[in-house]
Design a protein around this ligand. Structure first.
Ligand code: DSN
Length: 415
């Protein structure tokens, strides 16, 4: 792996910060559902001279010379992504999730058009129509919800809303929703009202690629995903669509939304897709889900309320109000123990997004380290003890030591 000798010699200030982050990542427990650890090969692909190149356009159709190698690299990434998801057309250039989603809207609909998306506080994403986001500002979103009893999406209600609103597009796929998505039902509803189907599988892409969750790619008109969550690649995104929409999607990415793609990241995407095509990635995805199910069960045994009472994927949202705490307070308590989590709204949250009632937990990163059910049980016990004994600094310090010990015996792949 890198020895960072040039960075150390030239810029000790930045190197010192990188070192601190390397230490933090190796010694602390990552339970943020959207984070993961890339392999050494993915990390090395990012640190290549491909970063020096400009390559607006698509393979074989570039606006700059000298793109023979970049064309090959991008084609490898595209072909592997097609194979992973059974996609007809893939654009691997989107820089991240929100720009990818912006390109999807630009490709299929016009500002002011009606769209359906899940409410942010019910598990949707900012770019699925929240008023503070470009999506909510430019397009006319109506938001569906999860059922307040079950915590799951009620497809009859989605249909009712779709029949009433007659949207041009329906968005499914979420950031904080623990259940399988009923892709076929979304497709049927969209067909009934003449809407495009758009799936944002940023969170579950790795689980879908591994065949552990249902795949919307063969059904939906267009699907976006980030590449750095369960898919375990570099930070970035891609868009998959039916061949008939290929040109409009490519044009929306460039020149519509972006300039030059980040070719070193494209190379790293290709490497990550290659890894995801291996049989061991299927084992990884299976274990991610098994770990999340175990975590949800352990939490429930200790009296925590999980939205939708369990999980089908890599994450869960836990309501902390029963423990007399907000999500932010729990986030701060767990930070003191070396455990990173992200606060989260719960459906119909009475509290504001900066200080919401829940915490979202996820298992992709700790599963990459090799942790299994036995470790998960210990982790939940520590979380519960930290919450119960939050006023005792010594207790929190002890948990931090145990967390550190466990983390050091499950090293992260790139350090
Ligand atoms: N920020 C990501 C997440 O944590 O889910 C979504 O973009």
């Amino acid at each position: 792996m890198f020895d960072y000798k040039n960075l150390s010699a030239q810029d000790g200030e930045v190197m010192a910060e990188v070192k601190k982050e390397m230490e933090r990542q190796s010694q602390e427990m990552e339970l943020i559902a959207s984070e993961n650890y890339v392999s050494k090969a993915v990390l090395e692909a990012m640190a290549t001279v491909l970063t020096n190149k400009y390559s607006e356009g698509t393979p074989g159709h570039r606006y700059y010379g000298g793109n023979q190698v970049i064309d090959e690299v991008e084609t490898i990434a595209v072909e592997r992504a097609k194979k992973l998801f059974g996609a007809e057309h893939v654009n691997v250039q989107p820089l991240s999730g929100s720009p990818a989603n912006a390109a999807v809207y630009m490709a299929f609909i016009k500002p002011g058009d009606k769209v359906l998306g899940l409410r942010l506080d019910h598990g949707g994403h900012l770019s699925h129509g929240h008023p503070v986001n470009f999506s909510g500002m430019l397009y006319n979103f109506s938001q569906y919800e999860v059922d307040s009893e079950t915590g799951k999406i009620n497809m009859d209600k989605v249909r009712e809303l779709a029949l009433k609103e007659k949207p041009k597009m329906i968005v499914a796929g979420y950031s904080a929703y623990a259940r399988e998505v009923e892709w076929q039902k979304f497709k049927d509803i969209a067909d009934e009202v003449g809407a495009f189907t758009f799936a944002d599988i940023a969170h579950t892409a790795g689980l879908i690629a591994a065949g552990e969750m249902a795949n919307p790619v063969p059904l939906f008109d267009v699907v976006s995903t980030t590449t750095h969550k369960t898919l375990r690649g570099p930070r970035g995104a891609m868009i998959m669509c039916k061949e008939q929409f290929a040109k409009q999607v490519d044009r929306a990415v460039f020149p519509g939304m972006q300039g030059g793609p980040h070719d070193h990241i494209t190379a790293a995407k290709a490497v990550a897709f290659g890894e995801a095509l291996l049989p061991e990635f299927k084992d990884y995805a299976k274990q991610v889900i098994l770990n999340a199910k175990t975590m949800a069960e352990e939490f429930m045994k200790l009296g925590f309320r999980i939205i939708s009472n369990g999980t089908d994927n890599h994450l869960m949202v836990v309501d902390m109000t029963g423990k007399g705490l907000s999500g932010k307070e729990v986030e701060i308590i767990l930070d003191k123990c070396g455990i990173s989590v992200s606060r989260s709204t719960i459906p119909n949250d009475p509290n504001p997004p900066l200080n919401p009632s829940g915490v979202r937990f996820g298992t992709p990163a700790i599963t990459t380290r090799g942790m299994k059910q036995e470790e998960i049980k210990k982790i939940v016990t520590w979380i519960n003890a930290a919450i119960e004994q939050r006023e005792e600094p010594e207790m929190l310090e002890n948990i931090k030591k145990e967390v550190r010990e466990m983390c050091l015996s499950f090293p992260i792949p790139s350090i």
